[in-house]
Design a protein around this ligand. Structure first.
Ligand code: FEO
Ligand code: CA
Ligand code: CA
Ligand code: CA
Length: 665
């Protein structure tokens, strides 16, 4: 059946279906391998930096806990109604939109501000490559899926331009297809039995990345995709990747299918990402562990356990033996990397860059240093894991894409240590250092070779004393100011004894955001100054902090995941993943100014359908244009997002655009 084009009107799910079950545990299982149900992988003796000895009770209700460490008190939150009242609605907004009220987690629809509209750009199963059939949920196949848009979109990029006139209204989008929800993809799926080998192969084809050309009829018109675009491309679990960098070809990267250790089939669990100054896309292989079954595999050095590789939750070993670690022990080492794709060249071979280390990469974002080196910021999304930085050896050359695409192949790798300066100053802030792991081609971890540091980066980092963080997600520099923003999505396991000034909330259910500035504002510097700008949650909860703004005028926000910027240097956009399970509302996208009179005024711009998370926003605020990914709609609730009449929800990319006024306002 071809994709219907009518969009569903905004109706509460209560009138759409009666089988309201909570499937959120399924997303935990299929996205991350359900790590919350497993032991924390980081059991290193690496200390918690409980370095804050508060000298006074600050104006933000910071108290000394029983251990002497600072604890942010929670005054509790009474009712959701209070939160809904506290959105700043009805007051003039300097941002150019009226914030929406938090959306109850029963609404199967994108909700946008007054004066804005939205439309789907491309959804799972839409035809992408030549010969791709129209989406038909009842006749899925591996060959069809390899040519159709992949499943759960996360990272998203828009590349403007093209030949001829009107280039501003043409371009391409790149989006990741992080993982699959087989229980939503396949009608009649047998959850107890797991996927058949054929279903596993279709899931493998639905992973990876999608590139499609897009166009629009004018500055304030919706973007649509071109199923016949010449640069359209699917990257999936069998797409060949070239491995480069110091670990390429090492004994731990070789398999029976690839004795050279330099060519890997596929990329998995690609979460966030970033654009390089030279026009390529970087993408993080995140929860790769869940695809591998480590039954009967020896693990004398805990190298599997530290990455959470235990037994498969996917059953993909039924389809391909490479996912059985005992049979192909090095295949698992070939995932967990940052990959680089040149979307302008559909014949190019994407690359896995070993120089950037191997962990559960959320993504990577690049800023040039003062002397032109490429600096990539990276988070390892696991409770108590770390933040990393790569500094290239070579320098960026304007206009030389071929050269610039070598920059991430060789350079230095660091991991961050955050030190607080105490709470007597009323701020969660301090200084930080980048601890060396590999510098100048030499390992800085005693007894470890460079390939070992890069393949088992988590354990190498454990040995140098970085700060254990509350799940580092997106790390991205503001392109106008150079200040770097780190989303720490949550960590409910952090105990009062484990808090530090950079991770100050025990049982951190709602997450927070840290801002830092490198010494001299040079991305390659080895020291930085940091402060917390947001401690998320319900505004009435005393543990929250909105950069000092009046909490009666902000939107509730929980579990920041992606951050983004636009043409206004003060605009920090935040998308969330976890509001339904923490504050009971739909996830969404928020604006938080970082300077000026509205500094800290979190305002909700949109919400995604019930059960979904909001990912990858691309904001062009001059055009009042927001592209975003809607991931796992239908998780725990029946959904037909985004098309009326579809029997299954279709994750994908949507466009929000202004329909009244246009321009600034
Ligand atoms: Fe796939 Fe860390 O979110
Ligand atoms: Ca302080
Ligand atoms: Ca994420
Ligand atoms: Ca997420």
């Amino acid at each position: 059946m071809s994709a219907p084009t009518a969009r569903r009107s905004l109706l509460p799910l209560a009138v759409l279906g009666e089988h309201l079950t909570n499937r959120s545990a399924k997303t935990c299982q299929y996205r991350c391998g359900n790590p919350c149900a497993h032991p924390v992988p980081n059991t290193s003796a690496n200390e918690y930096f409980g370095d804050m000895v508060a000298t006074a009770v600050s104006r933000r209700s910071v108290l000394l806990g029983a251990t002497g460490a600072a604890v942010v008190t929670s005054l509790g939150w009474s009712t959701a109604e209070q939160a809904y009242a506290a959105t700043g609605r009805g007051r003039p907004s300097m941002a150019g939109f009226e914030p929406i009220a938090p959306t109850p987690n029963t609404v199967d629809q994108l909700v946008v501000p007054e004066g804005y509209a939205w439309s789907p750009v491309i959804s799972w199963g839409d035809p992408v490559e030549p010969g791709a059939p129209d989406f038909d949920v009842h006749h899925q196949s591996v060959e069809a899926q390899k040519k159709q848009a992949g499943y759960n979109a996360d990272y998203l990029a828009l590349h403007r331009g093209g030949a001829g006139n009107g280039a501003a209204n043409r371009g391409l989008i790149v989006f990741n297809n992080e993982y699959t929800n087989p229980e939503l993809m396949f009608p009649g799926y047998d959850e107890a039995a797991g996927p058949t080998a054929e279903q596993a192969r279709i899931e493998m084809a639905a992973h990876g990345m999608t590139v499609v050309e897009v166009s629009r009829r004018g500055q304030f018109a919706p973007w649509t995709y071109d199923r016949h675009g010449t640069r359209n491309r699917r990257i999936h679990a069998w797409t060949p990747f070239h491995v480069d960098g110091p670990a390429a070809g090492s004994e731990w990267m070789r398999t029976s299918a690839d004795p050279t250790g330099r060519t890997v089939l596929g990329t998995l669990n690609n979460c966030a990402g970033g654009e390089t100054p030279w026009g390529t896309s970087l993408s993080g292989e995140e929860n790769f562990n869940q695809y591998f079954n480590a039954d009967a595999a020896p693990d004398p050095d805990q190298r599997l356990r530290r990455y959470g590789i235990t037994s498969s939750g996917r059953g993909w070993e039924r389809a391909e033996d490479r996912f059985m670690v005992a049979h192909e022990p090095n295949e698992v080492n070939r995932f967990g990397w940052i990959v680089e794709l040149d979307p302008d060249d559909p014949t190019s071979t994407p690359v896995k860059h070993t120089a950037l280390g191997r962990f559960k990469h959320e993504g990577a974002t690049v800023r040039l240093s003062a002397d032109g080196r490429a600096v990539a910021y990276m988070g390892d999304d696991e409770r108590y894991d770390y933040v990393y930085k790569f500094v290239s050896k070579g320098r960026y050359v304007e206009g030389d894409k071929k050269h610039n695409m070598t920059l991430l192949s060789e350079g230095d790798l660091y991991v961050a240590r955050f030190t607080g300066d105490g709470l007597g100053d009323g701020e969660w802030d301090g200084t930080g250092v980048w601890l060396p792991l590999v510098v100048g081609g030499e390992s800085r971890v005693p007894g470890w070779s460079v390939p070992e540091v890069l393949i088992w980066t988590r354990q190498a980092a454990d040995l140098v004393g970085p700060t254990k963080m509350d799940r580092p997600e997106d790390v991205e520099p503001n392109p106008h100011t150079g200040a770097v923003y780190l989303a720490l999505t949550n960590n409910t396991r952090r105990t009062p004894a484990e808090v530090d000034e950079a991770n100050p909330r025990p049982g951190n259910k709602y997450g927070h955001i840290i801002e830092w500035v490198e010494a001299g504002n040079d991305a390659a510097a080895l020291e930085f100054s940091w402060r917390i700008v947001l401690i998320a949650g319900m505004p009435g909860d005393g543990s929250t902090y909105f950069y000092g703004y009046d909490k009666s005028l902000v939107s509730p926000i929980s579990c920041p995941d992606n951050v983004a910027f636009d043409s206004d240097p003060d605009h920090l956009w935040i998308s969330t993943d976890g509001a339904p399970g923490t504050i009971g509302t739909c996830d969404g996208m928020f604006l938080m100014p970082t300077a000026g009179p509205d500094r800290g005024k979190v305002q909700q711009f949109l919400s995604v359908p019930a059960g979904a998370e909001c990912c990858g926003p691309v904001v062009e605020w001059t055009d009042r244009s927001v592209l975003l990914c809607v991931q796992h709609p239908g998780d725990g609730l029946p959904s037909s997002y985004p098309y009326l009449g579809d029997p299954v929800p279709r994750p994908g990319v949507a466009h929000v655009y202004r329909v009244t006024g246009g321009g600034r306002g």
